[in-house]
Design a binder for this molecule. Structure first.
Ligand SMILES: Nc1ncnc2c1ncn2[C@@H]1O[C@H](COP(=O)(O)OP(=O)(O)OP(=O)(O)O)[C@@H](O)[C@H]1O
Length: 338
């Protein structure tokens, strides 16, 4: 079966990380050069990806010959809608209108996974104990506009990213306080999924539920206000919201570590991780991560990290574009050529 590792991509190469809110792009002139970052764009500011790219590529930039784009959403067919934004990516249109000869689409957390195959020390902040076991499975998960999740498996000498929709797995109450709050959380079509809590709008869902459980009016208007008030200690409901958020993220991170037996480490990406890092360094996240009887002893050996690289997905795509043979990235049904 053909995999991307069998083939290289023509340079100059455009790499892009397209999230629900933000889209970030860079150009790689060749396999040895550093990516040249293009100005970031808000997906809501442009009707289509072609319009966004035409605006930022400008007249003088080297014209890319191929593109590898990471998208927030499952990739299927010739029209790929984003899960949390209005863009529909049509690779055939991109080939024609941008003059490309090769387009590969992958999942955005697959790109985050590519970035944690060989992360630089300065791009990581360790949360709690444990050590990375080399050549062992890894997990990345990140709260942003949604909750992205992916695995990274090492087999037969290469790293294989395993994309999925792990943000949409069910999550349930566990402690007495959870049972007080859960009835007030807004479900999605009748069920509680991880992404109802562990993302930007999830923070508001959780904050409103905490307030409702205590019979108080929610005074804070958006997730940034909640995390700011929580980190400064200015609002008790916000403080509890962020504490619970850390606990639930720890639980889910622990679940993913168990599923992948991630002795290679669990890596937290996503835009929100860096904004709430002081809260994640408190005991709640790691305690919930380790609270996995009968496997708590095992969990204590698994390292957890916040990824503090500002463009981790782009770094992952650049690593793949330079040396596709060191990764097992499947291309069936997601590569288009002119
Ligand atoms: N200070 C903050 N505290 C909490 N949430 C925040 C803060 N600032 C931004 N957010 C939320 O973070 C989310 C954007 O995250 P991110 O920057 O990872 O975007 P994205 O890459 O487009 O997301 P995704 O890849 O998950 O679709 C939005 O929901 C936004 O409201």
């Amino acid at each position: 079966m053909p995999i991307a590792s069998d083939q290289t991509f023509p340079f100059p190469l455009l790499i892009g990380d397209i999230g629900g809110t933000n889209a970030r792009f860079a150009l790689l002139d060749d396999a040895k050069s550093e990516p040249r970052q293009l100005p970031p764009v808000k997906t809501a500011d442009f009707e289509t990806i072609e319009a966004a790219l035409k605006s930022i590529l400008g007249l003088n930039a080297a014209r890319p010959r191929s593109a590898i784009l990471a998208l927030a959403g499952p990739i299927q067919g010739d029209e790929v809608p984003l899960t949390n934004a209005d863009w529909v990516i049509r690779p055939k249109d991109m080939l024609a209108s941008l003059g490309l000869s090769d387009v590969l689409l992958i999942n955005d957390f697959e790109a985050q996974a590519l970035a944690v195959a060989a992360p630089a020390d300065e791009d990581l902040v360790q949360i709690g104990g444990g050590e990375i076991l080399p050549h062992s499975s890894r997990v990345v998960l990140g709260p942003g506009t949604g909750l992205g999740v992916a695995g990274m498996v090492f087999a037969q000498g290469i790293w294989i990213p395993v994309p999925g929709e792990g943000g949409h797995v069910d999550i349930g109450p566990s402690t007495e306080r959870d049972f007080q709050i859960w009835p007030f959380l807004e479900p999605i079509e009748g069920r509680m999924a991880r992404e109802q809590i562990l993302c930007g709008r999830g923070i508001m869902n959780l904050y409103r539920a905490v307030c409702a459980a205590d019979g108080i009016d929610p005074a804070l208007k958006d997730q940034a206000e909640v995390t700011t008030a929580a980190l400064s200690g200015a609002d008790a409901a916000a403080v509890e919201t962020l504490s619970l958020f850390s606990t639930y993220l720890g639980r889910v991170a622990g679940d993913m570590a168990l599923i992948f037996m991630a002795r290679g480490g669990v890596f937290l990406g996503g835009g929100i991780t860096q904004k709430i890092l002081p809260a994640l360094m408190k005991p709640e996240f790691r305690a919930a991560f380790e609270d996995k009887a009968p496997h708590s002893a095992l969990m204590r050996t698994i390292a957890t990290f916040a990824v503090v690289h500002p463009m981790a997905a782009l770094a992952g795509l650049a690593a793949f574009a330079r040396r596709p043979g060191t990764f097992g990235v499947a291309t069936e049904g997601r590569r288009w050529r002119s």
